[in-house]
Design a protein around this ligand. Structure first.
Ligand code: NAD
Ligand code: TYD
Length: 359
């Protein structure tokens, strides 16, 4: 099979790590170049245990996607056939406390990557199969009430600095298709969960706090709804879109697993109590605390994934409860990983974000 070289940005983060590990396994002719700035969310050690036949098809470059000359060098060194663009500042709460970094990476960084990709694509004779796949979020659509779903034609209506920056980057990506013909595709996915997720996000934060018998901070009344997708199902969808999707199009990706935050916290308590032998008055449910809500907190996200199901034949392979159990087991068996990512910077974040919230 002919060698295919793919650039992944932000591949040392949560989804990027899962994507690279999965893609090396399911696409034996893919060689992956990962550029990652290694912010607090990136961990290059996620690849230390790659099997030798995977490791030889993997190259890591530490660098910022905002660095045009570095990008230019990578494009001149590697005969790239496509890009999976994951790199982003990705945490809503951090965007509320410090939005500027979100503009720098998500908007300017994406712009620089588009510019260098366009130059490369034009200079190499506009190769037919080249794709620029931009990994975006359902949060660009804003919040739903009790009814309805996000479709690919739902108008953008972002609420947080994070989702506003992702919306802006999506618009640039689409503009580079319409204006210059660069074969871009955008995916808008719902909330992911699974191994290697940084423990500032709901599911890993709750797993670790339950394990360590710390308070479980539920924002507002806990009725907010997210549509959860196991990360490997997301990765399969991205490969499908990259290989079969139509340039210029958007594809919504979702798990069809809507849950209220409080339901998830209850479920995690039950599943972990069974593992930890806690019951009765000692149940982890006693740790739940309703805390000050997130400002501008979107109430409900829910994806209509009809387009990707019908046009590309993708659907999730993992049920929510089963994959949540896999995720819990991964964290419980990988406390060394957890302790590595919970550096001094992580502790500072926990103090800033939760100290100000009334309990
Ligand atoms: P993450 O925060 O875990 O990882 C982001 C990675 O990007 C990190 O490794 C970080 O070091 C790197 N990075 C940040 N700024 C960079 C820069 N300027 N240059 C190079 N690398 C940089 O995020 P994630 O959860 O893996 O999300 C990946 C992508 O998927 C993001 O674009 C996000 O918007 C999108 N997305 C995430 C979810 C989700 O539930 N996590 C859902 C839908 C879409
Ligand atoms: P999060 O994992 O930050 O993802 P997103 O904001 O991108 O959806 O949060 C998921 C939901 O969980 C969201 O409604 C906010 C809520 N949440 C809490 O209730 N407590 C917490 O400590 C965190 C981090 C999130």
């Amino acid at each position: 099979m002919k060698k295919k070289t793919i650039l992944v940005t932000g591949g040392a983060g949560f989804i990027g790590t899962n994507f690279i590990r999965h893609a090396l396994a399911v696409r034996k002719n893919w060689h992956i170049v990962n550029i990652d700035a290694l912010t607090y969310a990136g961990n290059p050690a996620n690849f230390d245990d790659l099997a030798p036949d995977h490791a030889e098809r993997y190259r890591f470059i530490r660098g910022d996607i905002g660095n045009a000359s570095l990008l230019e060098r990578i494009f001149s060194e590697e005969n790239l056939e496509g890009i999976f663009h994951f790199a982003a500042e990705s945490h809503v709460d951090r965007s509320i406390l410090g939005p500027e970094r979100f503009l720098e990476t998500n908007v300017i960084g994406t712009f620089r990557l588009l510019e260098e990709s366009l130059k490369f694509w034009e200079n190499t004779g506009k190769p037919e199969g080249f794709r620029f796949l931009h990994i975006s979020t359902d949060e660009v659509y804003g919040s739903l009430g009790t009814e309805g779903y996000f479709t690919e034609i739902t108008p953008y209506d972002p609420s947080s600095p994070y989702s506003a920056s992702k919306a802006a980057s999506d618009h640039f990506v689409k503009a580079y298709f319409r204006t210059y013909g660069l074969p871009t595709i955008i995916t808008n996915c719902s909330n992911n969960y699974g191994p290697y997720q940084f423990p500032e996000k709901l599911i890993p934060l709750m797993i670790l706090n339950i394990l360590e018998e710390k308070p479980l901070p539920v924002y507002g009344d806990g009725t907010n709804i997210r549509d959860w997708l196991y990360v490997i199902d997301h990765c399969d969808a991205l490969i499908e879109v990259f290989e079969e999707g139509k340039p210029g199009d958007n594809y919504n990706i979702g798990g069809g697993a809507e849950r209220q935050n409080i339901e998830i916290v209850h479920l995690l308590c039950d599943l972990m109590d069974a593992r930890l032998g806690r019951s009765g008055g000692g149940s982890s449910q006693r740790l739940i605390r309703f805390v000050t809500d997130r400002p501008g907190h979107d109430w409900r996200y829910a994806i209509d994934a009809t387009k990707i199901r019908k046009e590309l034949g993708w659907s999730p392979n993992h049920g929510f409860e089963e994959a949540l159990e896999t995720t819990i087991d991964w964290y419980m068996n990988n406390m060394d990983w957890v302790n590595t990512v919970r550096s001094g910077e992580y502790k500072k974040w926990i103090e800033i974000n939760y100290e100000g919230r009334e309990i």
